[in-house]
Design a protein around this ligand. Structure first.
Ligand code: 6PG
Length: 467
């Protein structure tokens, strides 16, 4: 048997799509899926039989035979559930691996766990690559955005495969690049998902505002389509498609229960922001908007108790809405990339923001015309708001977001992400903030000390406030 170039472990939705993508690009691959009596039986074999491009692939449900089918150094990509399963799978592979073999975790794993796994496997001479993969089922098949981290040597051994199956940017370069050490690939995928949460929330808020203006889903979709000229993105496009979808005579979107789920990456991004001391307020607000949505019974009960008297038809015009949306999206990307930059400094990852923006211009969920612009912006600066073009856009859009947010406040329409974008911008552009009062309060009750603006030495002072 000719040995395979690459092994795919776990044939869930993403594993299947990536396997087909690899096979379509001409790589000889081995496929593994576990055997679970009556539930998962001959999954790899049946999958191979169902797809002509997998003709030369080898299918297994036995780990030893699967590993033995791979050429050395063996390259095995895990597409299994993030969490404990990854550790179980790694331990089940280890007896059959040799020095310099490479395990790639392509799931949404926590970046700290990736570092631990990297260290664990390094001690055994095994390379470990943690990689973000974005694009969902279709992206994985046609070309995802791939964000691998680990050692550069290990990356060089798998670059051919990952870069070939990745989406291509507008210059036909792969939307896959070596990100950095440890769990940096999964860290940036976590931030990608945080940005994704906010973009989704902003679109949901925009659609809700348009609904309050009296538009039906088709009319809302038409307005969103008109936004594409200046604010095109994959998420805008799918939201428009979603709004147009009908089931018989009804709009499907109006039948979907308003409780948003999550799998944890937005939660981790919020925790990482807090741990690193980065004010990523929009990711938190989008995450907590999902949590609020989950309290459906309580919302219904409180709605009846606090019936909103002032809900009226909104007067916001479409141009203001577009500008407000653009303002908030810019703040979202500012905050997301700031989080990556601060993590990079803190953890000595030396991440390249322009390259990260570039591999997010295609294949991934947050691809957009704004992301294309950011590739150039990050060649000049690490801070989005210091770019003259971006700053001009923000200045131009600010009056609109003020009108939109205040109109929504007056009409009791919740817009947590739009509002937070404005609040954050006002906060980050405030020269003298209210934090002097906080410092005085801390010193008053806890003798926590404070610095003085009339003492340039930076010395910490304490006052006996009561005497
Ligand atoms: C992607 C997506 C993908 C997945 C998220 C959804 O980039 O392809 O982000 O990773 O859709 O995990 O996360 P939630 O279930 O938390 O919304």
């Amino acid at each position: 048997m000719i040995k395979s170039d690459f092994g795919l472990f776990g044939l869930g939705v993403m594993g299947k799509s990536l396997s087909r993508n690899l096979a379509q690009k001409g790589f000889k691959i081995s496929l593994f899926n576990r055997h679970v009596s009556d539930v998962e039986v001959d999954v790899a074999k049946h999958f191979k039989e169902a797809h002509p491009e997998l003709k030369t692939a080898e299918a297994f449900d036995d780990i030893e035979a699967f590993v033995a089918s791979l050429a050395s150094p063996k390259k095995i990509m895990l597409m299994v559930n993030a969490g404990k399963t990854i550790d179980i799978v790694i331990d089940s592979l280890l007896p059959f691996l040799s020095e310099n073999d490479i395990i790639i975790d392509g799931g949404n794993s926590n970046y700290k766990r990736t570092k631990e796994r990297f260290t664990y496997l390094q001690a055994k001479g095994i390379e470990f690559i943690g990689t973000g993969v974005s694009g969902g089922e279709e992206g994985a098949l046609k070309g995802p955005s791939i964000m691998p981290s680990g050692t550069k040597d290990a990356y060089n051994n798998v670059a051919k495969y990952l870069e070939t199956i990745a989406a291509k940017d507008k210059n036909n370069l792969p939307c896959c690049t070596y990100i950095g050490p440890e769990g940096s690939g999964q860290f940036i995928k976590m931030v990608h998902n945080g940005i994704e949460y906010v973009e989704m929330q902003l679109l949901a808020e925009v659609a809700t505002i348009l609904k309050h203006k009296g538009k039906n889903p088709e009319e809302i979709a038409n307005t969103l389509d008109s936004f594409k000229i200046t604010a095109d993105s994959y998420l805008l496009e799918i939201t428009s498609n979603i709004l147009r979808k009908k089931e018989g005579d009804s709009w499907l979107v109006e039948k979907i229960l308003d409780k948003a789920g999550n799998k944890g990456t937005g939660n981790w991004a919020t925790i990482a922001s807090a741990e690193l001391g980065v004010p990523n307020t929009l990711i938190a607000s989008a995450l907590f908007a999902r949590y609020i949505s989950f309290y459906k019974d309580e919302r219904v009960q409180l709605y009846n108790q606090f019936t909103k008297k002032s809900v009226s038809r909104l007067n916001v015009d479409d141009k203001d809405l577009l500008n407000a949306y653009q303002f908030a999206r810019t703040i979202n990307h500012y905050q997301g990339f700031k989080l990556i930059h601060e993590a990079s400094k803190e953890l000595n990852w030396n991440l390249n923001l322009s390259e990260i923006a570039r591999i997010w211009t295609n294949g991934c969920i947050i691809r957009s015309s704004l992301m294309e612009d950011l590739v150039a912006v990050f060649k000049e600066t690490n801070d989005v708001l210091t770019s003259a073009t971006i700053a001009n856009n923000i200045i131009g859009c600010k009056p609109a977001i003020k009108r939109v947010v205040s109109d929504c406040v007056l009409s009791d329409v919740p817009t947590p992400a739009l509002s937070e974008a404005l609040q954050f911008f006002n906060g980050i552009t405030t020269q003298n903030s209210s934090a002097n009062i906080i410092q005085a309060q801390r010193d008053y009750f806890g003798a926590h000390t404070y610095q003085r603006i009339d003492d340039a030495s930076g010395k910490f002072h304490h006052t006996n406030w009561i005497s």
